[in-house]
Unconditional design. Structure first.
Length: 403
Protein backbone atom coordinates (compact mmCIF):
# COMPACT_ATOMS: atom_id res chain seq x y z
CA UNK A 1 0.00 0.00 0.00
CA UNK A 2 1.25 3.47 -0.89
CA UNK A 3 -0.22 6.62 0.62
CA UNK A 4 0.25 9.28 -2.04
CA UNK A 5 -0.49 12.29 0.13
CA UNK A 6 0.79 12.09 3.69
CA UNK A 7 -0.84 14.35 6.30
CA UNK A 8 0.90 17.70 6.77
CA UNK A 9 2.23 16.72 10.20
CA UNK A 10 4.72 14.38 8.50
CA UNK A 11 6.28 17.03 6.25
CA UNK A 12 8.73 18.57 8.76
CA UNK A 13 9.86 15.07 9.77
CA UNK A 14 10.56 13.76 6.27
CA UNK A 15 14.04 15.35 6.11
CA UNK A 16 14.94 13.40 9.27
CA UNK A 17 14.19 10.10 7.53
CA UNK A 18 15.95 11.25 4.37
CA UNK A 19 19.17 12.12 6.22
CA UNK A 20 19.20 8.77 8.02
CA UNK A 21 18.63 6.92 4.73
CA UNK A 22 21.30 9.01 2.98
CA UNK A 23 23.73 7.83 5.67
CA UNK A 24 22.99 4.23 4.69
CA UNK A 25 20.44 3.22 7.32
CA UNK A 26 16.73 2.41 7.33
CA UNK A 27 14.20 4.76 8.92
CA UNK A 28 10.41 4.61 9.16
CA UNK A 29 7.46 6.28 10.77
CA UNK A 30 5.94 3.65 13.07
CA UNK A 31 3.09 2.89 15.43
CA UNK A 32 -0.04 4.88 16.05
CA UNK A 33 0.75 7.64 13.57
CA UNK A 34 0.75 5.07 10.75
CA UNK A 35 -2.45 3.43 11.98
CA UNK A 36 -4.23 6.77 12.23
CA UNK A 37 -2.97 7.83 8.79
CA UNK A 38 -4.49 4.71 7.23
CA UNK A 39 -7.74 5.26 9.15
CA UNK A 40 -7.84 8.95 8.28
CA UNK A 41 -7.91 9.88 11.97
CA UNK A 42 -6.16 12.91 13.53
CA UNK A 43 -2.46 12.40 14.29
CA UNK A 44 -0.96 13.87 17.45
CA UNK A 45 2.53 12.38 17.68
CA UNK A 46 5.09 10.99 15.26
CA UNK A 47 7.40 8.12 16.18
CA UNK A 48 10.44 7.16 14.11
CA UNK A 49 12.25 3.81 14.18
CA UNK A 50 15.62 3.22 12.56
CA UNK A 51 18.31 0.61 11.98
CA UNK A 52 20.91 3.19 13.06
CA UNK A 53 22.25 2.78 16.58
CA UNK A 54 22.07 5.80 18.94
CA UNK A 55 25.76 6.61 18.44
CA UNK A 56 25.22 6.55 14.68
CA UNK A 57 22.19 8.85 14.91
CA UNK A 58 24.25 11.31 16.96
CA UNK A 59 26.96 11.21 14.30
CA UNK A 60 24.43 12.10 11.58
CA UNK A 61 22.75 15.02 13.38
CA UNK A 62 24.33 18.00 15.08
CA UNK A 63 21.73 18.58 17.79
CA UNK A 64 20.46 15.58 19.74
CA UNK A 65 19.32 14.81 23.28
CA UNK A 66 19.45 11.39 24.94
CA UNK A 67 15.82 11.00 26.06
CA UNK A 68 15.93 7.23 26.59
CA UNK A 69 19.35 6.13 25.47
CA UNK A 70 19.16 2.78 27.31
CA UNK A 71 16.19 1.91 25.08
CA UNK A 72 17.76 3.41 21.98
CA UNK A 73 15.77 6.65 21.96
CA UNK A 74 17.38 9.92 20.88
CA UNK A 75 15.65 13.25 20.34
CA UNK A 76 16.72 14.94 17.09
CA UNK A 77 16.51 18.74 17.19
CA UNK A 78 18.12 19.65 13.85
CA UNK A 79 14.83 20.27 12.05
CA UNK A 80 13.01 22.56 14.47
CA UNK A 81 10.46 20.30 16.13
CA UNK A 82 12.09 17.60 18.22
CA UNK A 83 11.62 14.08 16.85
CA UNK A 84 12.24 11.01 18.97
CA UNK A 85 14.04 8.32 17.01
CA UNK A 86 14.37 4.81 18.42
CA UNK A 87 16.73 2.10 17.22
CA UNK A 88 15.20 -1.23 16.14
CA UNK A 89 15.41 -3.51 19.17
CA UNK A 90 14.47 -6.80 20.76
CA UNK A 91 13.53 -7.14 24.41
CA UNK A 92 13.61 -9.89 27.03
CA UNK A 93 13.16 -10.57 30.74
CA UNK A 94 10.02 -8.76 31.90
CA UNK A 95 10.18 -9.39 35.64
CA UNK A 96 7.80 -6.52 36.47
CA UNK A 97 5.45 -7.35 33.56
CA UNK A 98 5.98 -3.83 32.22
CA UNK A 99 9.59 -2.99 31.36
CA UNK A 100 12.20 -5.25 29.74
CA UNK A 101 15.24 -6.26 31.75
CA UNK A 102 17.30 -6.53 28.58
CA UNK A 103 17.23 -4.48 25.39
CA UNK A 104 19.27 -5.48 22.35
CA UNK A 105 19.68 -3.18 19.35
CA UNK A 106 19.17 -4.89 16.00
CA UNK A 107 19.25 -3.94 12.32
CA UNK A 108 16.02 -5.77 11.39
CA UNK A 109 12.69 -3.95 11.07
CA UNK A 110 10.88 -7.29 11.35
CA UNK A 111 12.53 -8.05 14.70
CA UNK A 112 11.47 -4.64 15.98
CA UNK A 113 7.86 -4.81 14.79
CA UNK A 114 7.18 -8.31 16.09
CA UNK A 115 7.64 -7.16 19.71
CA UNK A 116 4.84 -4.57 19.36
CA UNK A 117 1.44 -5.00 20.96
CA UNK A 118 -1.16 -5.26 18.19
CA UNK A 119 -0.99 -5.82 14.45
CA UNK A 120 -2.66 -2.47 13.76
CA UNK A 121 0.21 -0.80 15.61
CA UNK A 122 2.93 -2.89 13.94
CA UNK A 123 2.87 -0.91 10.70
CA UNK A 124 5.80 1.08 9.32
CA UNK A 125 5.66 3.95 6.84
CA UNK A 126 8.48 4.93 4.52
CA UNK A 127 9.22 8.53 3.66
CA UNK A 128 7.79 7.97 0.17
CA UNK A 129 4.41 6.87 1.57
CA UNK A 130 4.85 3.10 1.25
CA UNK A 131 3.30 1.17 4.14
CA UNK A 132 5.28 -1.85 5.38
CA UNK A 133 2.88 -4.45 6.78
CA UNK A 134 4.57 -7.62 8.04
CA UNK A 135 1.77 -8.86 10.33
CA UNK A 136 -1.43 -8.24 8.35
CA UNK A 137 -2.20 -5.05 10.23
CA UNK A 138 -3.84 -3.46 7.18
CA UNK A 139 -6.23 -6.40 6.87
CA UNK A 140 -7.09 -6.13 10.57
CA UNK A 141 -7.75 -2.41 10.16
CA UNK A 142 -10.21 -3.24 7.39
CA UNK A 143 -11.85 -5.85 9.61
CA UNK A 144 -11.88 -3.45 12.59
CA UNK A 145 -9.97 -6.06 14.57
CA UNK A 146 -7.60 -5.72 17.52
CA UNK A 147 -5.22 -8.68 17.37
CA UNK A 148 -2.01 -9.28 19.30
CA UNK A 149 1.18 -9.64 17.28
CA UNK A 150 2.04 -13.34 17.52
CA UNK A 151 1.22 -15.11 20.79
CA UNK A 152 -1.11 -13.01 23.00
CA UNK A 153 0.19 -14.63 26.19
CA UNK A 154 3.75 -13.59 25.34
CA UNK A 155 2.69 -10.04 24.49
CA UNK A 156 0.77 -9.63 27.77
CA UNK A 157 3.58 -11.14 29.86
CA UNK A 158 5.95 -8.63 28.27
CA UNK A 159 3.68 -5.74 29.24
CA UNK A 160 0.47 -6.40 31.17
CA UNK A 161 -0.75 -2.86 30.49
CA UNK A 162 -1.33 -3.99 26.90
CA UNK A 163 -4.52 -5.68 28.11
CA UNK A 164 -5.92 -2.31 29.15
CA UNK A 165 -4.71 -0.85 25.87
CA UNK A 166 -6.71 -3.51 24.03
CA UNK A 167 -9.99 -2.58 25.71
CA UNK A 168 -9.13 1.10 25.32
CA UNK A 169 -8.66 0.66 21.57
CA UNK A 170 -11.96 -1.26 21.40
CA UNK A 171 -13.59 1.93 22.68
CA UNK A 172 -11.42 4.50 20.90
CA UNK A 173 -11.64 2.89 17.46
CA UNK A 174 -14.94 0.99 17.92
CA UNK A 175 -13.08 -2.21 17.00
CA UNK A 176 -13.58 -5.83 18.09
CA UNK A 177 -10.88 -7.71 20.00
CA UNK A 178 -9.88 -10.93 18.20
CA UNK A 179 -10.98 -14.14 19.93
CA UNK A 180 -7.46 -15.43 20.69
CA UNK A 181 -6.41 -12.02 21.99
CA UNK A 182 -9.53 -11.78 24.18
CA UNK A 183 -8.82 -15.25 25.56
CA UNK A 184 -5.26 -14.17 26.29
CA UNK A 185 -6.57 -11.21 28.29
CA UNK A 186 -8.89 -13.47 30.32
CA UNK A 187 -6.03 -15.86 31.07
CA UNK A 188 -3.62 -13.10 32.11
CA UNK A 189 -5.96 -10.53 33.68
CA UNK A 190 -4.39 -11.00 37.12
CA UNK A 191 -1.11 -9.61 35.78
CA UNK A 192 -2.77 -6.19 35.72
CA UNK A 193 -2.30 -6.18 39.48
CA UNK A 194 1.45 -5.80 38.84
CA UNK A 195 0.95 -2.50 36.99
CA UNK A 196 1.06 0.97 38.59
CA UNK A 197 -2.42 2.38 39.20
CA UNK A 198 -1.51 5.62 37.46
CA UNK A 199 -0.85 3.79 34.19
CA UNK A 200 -4.07 1.79 34.43
CA UNK A 201 -5.97 5.01 35.14
CA UNK A 202 -4.75 6.70 31.96
CA UNK A 203 -5.99 3.80 29.83
CA UNK A 204 -9.31 3.59 31.69
CA UNK A 205 -9.94 7.30 31.23
CA UNK A 206 -9.24 7.03 27.50
CA UNK A 207 -11.63 4.08 27.31
CA UNK A 208 -14.41 6.12 28.91
CA UNK A 209 -13.86 8.97 26.47
CA UNK A 210 -13.62 6.80 23.37
CA UNK A 211 -15.86 6.50 20.34
CA UNK A 212 -17.72 3.48 21.75
CA UNK A 213 -17.15 3.12 25.51
CA UNK A 214 -19.72 0.32 25.77
CA UNK A 215 -17.54 -1.87 23.52
CA UNK A 216 -14.47 -1.26 25.68
CA UNK A 217 -16.36 -1.63 28.96
CA UNK A 218 -17.95 -4.87 27.80
CA UNK A 219 -14.50 -6.38 27.17
CA UNK A 220 -13.17 -4.81 30.39
CA UNK A 221 -15.86 -6.68 32.34
CA UNK A 222 -16.00 -10.03 30.55
CA UNK A 223 -12.23 -10.49 30.65
CA UNK A 224 -12.15 -9.81 34.40
CA UNK A 225 -9.75 -6.86 34.14
CA UNK A 226 -12.05 -4.85 36.42
CA UNK A 227 -11.18 -7.18 39.33
CA UNK A 228 -7.64 -5.78 39.41
CA UNK A 229 -8.65 -2.12 39.42
CA UNK A 230 -9.06 -0.07 42.63
CA UNK A 231 -12.51 -0.28 44.20
CA UNK A 232 -14.04 -2.32 41.37
CA UNK A 233 -13.30 -5.95 42.30
CA UNK A 234 -16.77 -6.70 43.70
CA UNK A 235 -18.79 -4.25 41.62
CA UNK A 236 -19.58 -6.28 38.51
CA UNK A 237 -23.35 -5.82 38.80
CA UNK A 238 -23.11 -2.05 39.20
CA UNK A 239 -20.58 -1.71 36.40
CA UNK A 240 -22.70 -3.85 34.09
CA UNK A 241 -25.30 -1.10 34.18
CA UNK A 242 -22.90 1.06 32.17
CA UNK A 243 -23.47 -1.23 29.19
CA UNK A 244 -27.13 -0.16 29.09
CA UNK A 245 -26.35 3.54 28.76
CA UNK A 246 -26.71 5.25 25.40
CA UNK A 247 -25.54 8.54 23.94
CA UNK A 248 -22.05 8.46 25.47
CA UNK A 249 -20.56 11.91 24.95
CA UNK A 250 -18.03 12.20 27.74
CA UNK A 251 -15.91 15.28 27.11
CA UNK A 252 -13.32 15.29 29.91
CA UNK A 253 -11.91 13.15 32.72
CA UNK A 254 -14.02 14.90 35.37
CA UNK A 255 -17.16 13.74 33.60
CA UNK A 256 -15.70 10.27 33.05
CA UNK A 257 -15.10 9.69 36.75
CA UNK A 258 -18.45 11.24 37.68
CA UNK A 259 -20.13 8.58 35.53
CA UNK A 260 -18.29 5.79 37.36
CA UNK A 261 -19.01 7.27 40.79
CA UNK A 262 -22.68 7.79 39.93
CA UNK A 263 -22.98 4.25 38.60
CA UNK A 264 -21.41 2.85 41.77
CA UNK A 265 -23.76 4.96 43.92
CA UNK A 266 -20.96 6.47 46.01
CA UNK A 267 -21.57 9.36 48.40
CA UNK A 268 -19.23 12.33 48.71
CA UNK A 269 -16.87 10.75 51.26
CA UNK A 270 -16.82 7.42 49.44
CA UNK A 271 -16.06 9.30 46.24
CA UNK A 272 -13.00 10.92 47.82
CA UNK A 273 -11.69 7.56 49.04
CA UNK A 274 -12.40 5.84 45.72
CA UNK A 275 -10.68 8.47 43.59
CA UNK A 276 -7.68 8.59 45.92
CA UNK A 277 -7.27 4.85 45.36
CA UNK A 278 -7.01 5.64 41.65
CA UNK A 279 -4.42 8.33 42.50
CA UNK A 280 -6.30 11.09 40.72
CA UNK A 281 -5.43 14.73 41.38
CA UNK A 282 -6.99 16.66 44.26
CA UNK A 283 -8.42 19.04 41.68
CA UNK A 284 -10.26 16.20 39.93
CA UNK A 285 -11.63 14.91 43.24
CA UNK A 286 -12.94 18.39 44.08
CA UNK A 287 -14.52 18.79 40.64
CA UNK A 288 -16.28 15.42 40.79
CA UNK A 289 -17.58 16.07 44.32
CA UNK A 290 -19.04 19.39 43.14
CA UNK A 291 -20.87 17.60 40.35
CA UNK A 292 -22.55 14.92 42.47
CA UNK A 293 -25.27 17.07 44.16
CA UNK A 294 -26.16 18.56 40.76
CA UNK A 295 -26.49 15.10 39.21
CA UNK A 296 -28.72 13.96 42.08
CA UNK A 297 -30.96 17.02 41.85
CA UNK A 298 -31.23 16.60 38.08
CA UNK A 299 -32.25 12.99 38.73
CA UNK A 300 -34.91 14.17 41.18
CA UNK A 301 -36.00 16.93 38.73
CA UNK A 302 -35.63 19.65 41.36
CA UNK A 303 -32.54 21.66 40.52
CA UNK A 304 -32.21 24.40 43.14
CA UNK A 305 -30.49 27.75 42.91
CA UNK A 306 -28.31 26.91 45.92
CA UNK A 307 -27.13 23.69 44.28
CA UNK A 308 -26.15 25.60 41.13
CA UNK A 309 -24.36 28.24 43.21
CA UNK A 310 -22.39 25.73 45.29
CA UNK A 311 -21.28 23.76 42.23
CA UNK A 312 -20.17 26.60 39.97
CA UNK A 313 -20.64 26.91 36.22
CA UNK A 314 -18.16 24.25 35.04
CA UNK A 315 -19.37 21.57 37.43
CA UNK A 316 -22.99 22.36 36.52
CA UNK A 317 -22.29 21.92 32.81
CA UNK A 318 -20.26 18.75 33.42
CA UNK A 319 -22.99 17.30 35.64
CA UNK A 320 -25.64 17.91 33.00
CA UNK A 321 -23.45 16.13 30.43
CA UNK A 322 -23.23 13.11 32.72
CA UNK A 323 -26.97 13.26 33.39
CA UNK A 324 -27.62 12.99 29.64
CA UNK A 325 -26.39 9.40 29.81
CA UNK A 326 -29.15 8.56 32.26
CA UNK A 327 -31.92 10.65 30.74
CA UNK A 328 -31.89 13.06 33.68
CA UNK A 329 -30.52 16.16 31.95
CA UNK A 330 -32.29 19.37 31.04
CA UNK A 331 -31.68 21.32 27.79
CA UNK A 332 -28.33 23.12 27.85
CA UNK A 333 -29.96 26.49 27.15
CA UNK A 334 -32.40 26.04 30.01
CA UNK A 335 -29.53 25.15 32.33
CA UNK A 336 -27.58 28.19 31.18
CA UNK A 337 -30.58 30.44 31.81
CA UNK A 338 -31.06 29.02 35.31
CA UNK A 339 -27.42 29.51 36.16
CA UNK A 340 -27.27 33.03 34.73
CA UNK A 341 -30.40 33.93 36.71
CA UNK A 342 -28.55 33.43 40.01
CA UNK A 343 -28.44 36.72 41.96
CA UNK A 344 -24.77 36.06 42.70
CA UNK A 345 -22.45 33.38 41.36
CA UNK A 346 -19.77 33.53 44.04
CA UNK A 347 -19.42 34.70 47.61
CA UNK A 348 -17.20 37.53 46.39
CA UNK A 349 -20.24 39.10 44.70
CA UNK A 350 -22.08 39.51 48.01
CA UNK A 351 -22.63 43.24 48.67
CA UNK A 352 -20.98 42.96 52.09
CA UNK A 353 -17.88 41.18 53.33
CA UNK A 354 -16.32 40.42 56.67
CA UNK A 355 -14.76 43.86 56.92
CA UNK A 356 -18.11 45.54 56.29
CA UNK A 357 -19.87 43.58 59.01
CA UNK A 358 -17.08 44.18 61.53
CA UNK A 359 -17.33 47.91 60.86
CA UNK A 360 -21.10 48.30 60.45
CA UNK A 361 -22.43 45.71 62.88
CA UNK A 362 -19.64 45.36 65.39
CA UNK A 363 -19.25 41.64 64.85
CA UNK A 364 -15.87 40.33 65.90
CA UNK A 365 -13.73 38.17 63.60
CA UNK A 366 -14.30 34.46 64.12
CA UNK A 367 -16.69 31.60 63.49
CA UNK A 368 -19.82 33.69 64.07
CA UNK A 369 -18.78 36.12 61.35
CA UNK A 370 -18.27 33.30 58.87
CA UNK A 371 -21.59 31.73 59.84
CA UNK A 372 -23.47 34.99 59.29
CA UNK A 373 -21.81 35.61 55.91
CA UNK A 374 -22.78 32.11 54.84
CA UNK A 375 -26.36 32.67 56.01
CA UNK A 376 -26.57 35.92 54.05
CA UNK A 377 -25.20 34.21 50.97
CA UNK A 378 -27.81 31.44 51.16
CA UNK A 379 -30.66 33.93 51.58
CA UNK A 380 -29.48 36.01 48.61
CA UNK A 381 -29.00 32.97 46.38
CA UNK A 382 -32.46 31.65 47.30
CA UNK A 383 -33.99 35.02 46.43
CA UNK A 384 -35.14 35.76 49.97
CA UNK A 385 -32.91 38.78 50.38
CA UNK A 386 -31.80 41.52 47.98
CA UNK A 387 -28.07 41.78 47.40
CA UNK A 388 -27.54 45.33 48.59
CA UNK A 389 -25.58 46.58 51.54
CA UNK A 390 -28.49 48.19 53.36
CA UNK A 391 -30.73 45.14 53.33
CA UNK A 392 -27.87 42.84 54.26
CA UNK A 393 -26.74 44.95 57.24
CA UNK A 394 -30.37 45.18 58.41
CA UNK A 395 -30.64 41.40 58.19
CA UNK A 396 -27.48 41.04 60.28
CA UNK A 397 -29.04 43.20 63.00
CA UNK A 398 -32.08 40.89 63.02
CA UNK A 399 -29.82 37.87 63.32
CA UNK A 400 -27.98 39.47 66.25
CA UNK A 401 -31.25 40.22 68.08
CA UNK A 402 -32.47 36.66 67.54
CA UNK A 403 -29.29 35.52 69.22
Amino acid sequence: MIIKHLPAIFEPARPVLQRIEDAGYEAYFVGGCVRDTVLGDPIHDIDIATSAYPSEIKAIFDRTVDTGIEHGTVMILDHGTGYETTTFRTESGYQDFRRPDNVTFVRSLSEDLKRRDFTINALALKENGEVIDLFNGLEDLKKHLIKAVGNPNERFHEDALRMMRAVRFASKLDFVIATETLTGIKQNADLLGKIAVERIRVEFEKLLMGQNPVAGLSDFLRTGLYRYCPGLANRYDSLSGLLLLNNWQIQNVDQAWAVIVTQLGLNVQETSNFLRQWKTSNELITNVKRMLPVIQELKAQKLSALCLFNAGEKAVQDANQVAKLYGWSIPDEQLKEQYNALPIKSGKELAVNGGTLIKESGIKPGRLLGKILNQLTVEVVNGNLANNKGDLVTEVEKIKKEG
